[in-house]
Design a protein around this ligand. Structure first.
Ligand code: SF4
Length: 511
C-alpha cells in the first residue's frame, strides 16, 4: 500500500468512486513509488479527482501509456463495444510501435501496457514488444488479457521477455454467468491458465504480479464473496470495477447492465491530461479504448508524439473538458451518461462519420440467454408492486413465477379470492412472465432445488419479521449453485392487504 488513507479506508471497491479531497494518493509520486504501486491503487489513482493536472499543457505522463498492438479479440463481452466495432481489425506496424515506444520513453514515460481494445495474446509478436520496452528502459510493462489463449507456452514467452504484471479480466466467477457475459464458454480454460501463471512464478521465482479484475454488472454485483473464494491463492489482488459505458460507446449499459449499487452521476475523467493511448493505426487518442477512432487527437505517422500531446486538437479537447463543453463528442455521452450522437474529433482518422447508438446486441443477448429467475407471489389482487417485481426480474432472464397454491395462501393469510387456476391465467399473461409453477408452501426449497434458477427476486419486505428465516434459507440454498437473490425495494403505498382493507371499509360505508 502506498498511502495511509488506503490502509485505513475500508471502502475497498467504493474507492474508485471516491472524491476524497484529502486522500494522500493525490500525492502519488512516480519517482518514489513507480512500479511498486499495486493494481488497486492504480485504479484508484485513475479515478481520483486530480484537478491539479487540469491544464492545456500538462506534463508528459510518466505512466498510463497503452498501446493497441491489435484490435482483434476472441471474446464478445456483453458490455464491450468490440462486439459492434466497425473499424477494420488488424495489428500495429512493429517498427512504428517501437519508434513511438522510444519517443514516449525519451519524453519521460516509464510504464507501458500492450492492450486496448483487443486480446494481446492473439498477437504473435507480443513477447517482442515486451522485450523491446524493457530494452528501452521501461520499468513497468503490463498486460490485460481475457486469459483464454494465454497458454503455458505463451505465458512463458511473455514472462521470459520481462513482463512485470499480468491481469486476467474475468467478468464472472462461475461458468454459466461467465459464458453469458464473455460470449464464450472459456471459464475452465482461463482457470487452467491462471493456475499455470502461478505455477510458473513458483518454478522460476520471478517476481511478476498476477491480478484478476471483475467488471461487475448487475448480473454479478453480488458475487464478490464468490470471487474471493474461487480465486483464493491464484491472484495477488482481485480488483472490482463497476461496468461503465465503455468510453461512451455503450450507453445501453445504463439500462441493461449497470450495477444497481452504482450511483455515479457524472464520470470523472483524467485521460486527456495524464494518459497516452496509441491505436493500432499509429494514432494518438485521448481514450484508451477508442473502438471507432472517435477521439483521435494526432496522427503519429505524420507528427511526433510530443507534437501530438501538445497539438491543437489535444489542447482543444482539454479546454472542452475544463469548460465542460463536450457536446458532439463521445466524451459528452461518457461523462454525462447520455446517448446523443457523436462525431469524430479527426474525421480523417475514423471510418465512422457519426456514432449512432444501438442497443440491439445487448438487448438480444439478455433476451436469448438461458438465465432463469424465480419469483414467488400470491397474486390474488394484482397491483403495481407485482408488475415492478416482474419487470425487475425480467432484466435478469426468463421469469418463472412460483404461484402460491390456494392451500399455501390459506396457511398464512386467508383463502384467496381467486382460485389458483384463475390467478395462473392472469399471471401467465403479464408481460415478461415466461412460465408459472405452483408454489405449495412458504418454504421455497423444493422449487428452488428443482428449478435451480440463476436468480430469485423478492421484495425487501421479507428481510425482517416472520419471513426472515425463509429468506436466509433461500439465500443459502441459491448459493449452492451460484444463484443470487435480488431484492428490489418494496413498492411503497400499495399492497394486497391495503387494497383488501379499503374494499372492506368501503363495503362497511355503503352498507
Ligand atoms: S470517452 Fe472521454 S470522458 Fe470517457 S473515459 Fe474516454 S476520454 Fe474519458
Amino acid at each position: 500500500m502506498g498511502c495511509n488513507d488506503t490502509m485505513t479506508c475500508d471502502k475497498n471497491m467504493d474507492c474508485m468512486h471516491c472524491d476524497n479531497a484529502t486522500c494522500t494518493l493525490r500525492q502519488y509520486d512516480y519517482d518514489k513509488m513507480g512500479k511498486d504501486v499495486d493494481l488497486m491503487e492504480r485504479v484508484r489513482l485513475k479515478k481520483a479527482n486530480r484537478d491539479n493536472l487540469y491544464s492545456l499543457e500538462p506534463p508528459f505522463p510518466r505512466s498510463n501509456f497503452l498501446m493497441e498492438v491489435s484490435n482483434v479479440c476472441n471474446h464478445a463481452c456483453i458490455f464491450c463495444a468490440h462486439q459492434k466495432m466497425q473499424r477494420k481489425v488488424g495489428k500495429m506496424n512493429k517498427d512504428k510501435a517501437f519508434d513511438i515506444l522510444q519517443q514516449a520513453y525519451d519524453l519521460g514515460t516509464r510504464e507501458v501496457g500492450f492492450y486496448a481494445t483487443g486480446e494481446p495474446f492473439l498477437v504473435p509478436e507480443l513477447p517482442e514488444y515486451i522485450a523491446k520496452a524493457k530494452e528501452i528502459g521501461y520499468t513497468y510493462v503490463y498486460l490485460t488479457s481475457n486469459g483464454s489463449v494465454a497458454t503455458p507456452e505463451r505465458i512463458r514467452a511473455v514472462i521470459d521477455a520481462g513482463l512485470d504484471s499480468i491481469k486476467f479480466s474475468i467478468n464472472a466467477p462461475q461458468r454459466k454467468l461467465y459464458e453469458f457475459i464473455h460470449g464464450r464458454d472459456d471459464f475452465d480454460k482461463v482457470m487452467e491458465h491462471l493456475r499455470y501463471l502461478n505455477q510458473y512464478r513458483k518454478e522460476t521465482g520471478k517476481n511478476y504480479k498476477i491480478y484478476v479484475t471483475g467488471i461487475l454488472t448487475r448480473f454479478t454485483e453480488n458475487l464478490k464473496d464468490m470471487y474471493y473464494e474461487v480465486f483464493e491463492g491464484l491472484a495477488d489482488q482481485i480488483v472490482f470495477k463497476y461496468v461503465y459505458n465503455q468510453g461512451g460507446y455503450m450507453p445501453e449499459i445504463e439500462d441493461y447492465l449497470r450495477c444497481r449499487c452504482d450511483d455515479e452521476e457524472c464520470r470523472k475523467c483524467n485521460l486527456p491530461f495524464d494518459a497516452i493511448s496509441v491505436t493500432k493505426e499509429g494514432y494518438l487518442s485521448i481514450e484508451n479504448a477508442d473502438y471507432e477512432n472517435m477521439l483521435i487527437v494526432a496522427d503519429l505517422n505524420k507528427v511526433s508524439l510530443y507534437d501530438g500531446w501538445y497539438g491543437d486538437v489535444m489542447k482543444d479537447m482539454r479546454r472542452r473538458f475544463m469548460e465542460d463543453d463536450l457536446k458532439g463528442t463521445l466524451c459528452d455521452g461518457c461523462v454525462h451518461h447520455t446517448t446523443a450522437p457523436a462525431r469524430p474529433t479527426m474525421p480523417e482518422c475514423s471510418e465512422v462519420d457519426e456514432y449512432i447508438f444501438d442497443d440491439s446486441m445487448v438487448r438480444e443477448r439478455i433476451e436469448k440467454s438461458n438465465l432463469t429467475v424465480y419469483v414467488p407471489m400470491a397474486a390474488d389482487i394484482i397491483h403495481p408492486g407485482h408488475i415492478n417485481i416482474i419487470k425487475t426480474a425480467a432484466q435478469y432472464g426468463k421469469v418463472i413465477v412460483g404461484l402460491f397454491t390456494d392451500e399455501a395462501i390459506a396457511s398464512y393469510k386467508r383463502v384467496p379470492y381467486m382460485p389458483y387456476e384463475q390467478r395462473k391465467v392472469v399471471v401467465e399473461n403479464i408481460k415478461g412472465v415466461y412460465k408459472v409453477v405452483p408454489q405449495v408452501t412458504r418454504d421455497y426449497d423444493d422449487n428452488l432445488r428443482e428449478l435451480k434458477p440463476d436468480f430469485m427476486v423478492h421484495g425487501t419486505d421479507w428481510r425482517e419479521g416472520p419471513l426472515a428465516d425463509v429468506r436466509a434459507k433461500a439465500i443459502s440454498t441459491m448459493r449452492e449453485w451460484g444463484g443470487q437473490v435480488i431484492e428490489p425495494d418494496y413498492t411503497k403505498g400499495v399492497s394486497s392487504t391495503m387494497i383488501q382493507k379499503k374494499i372492506v371499509d368501503r363495503a362497511k360505508e355503503n352498507s
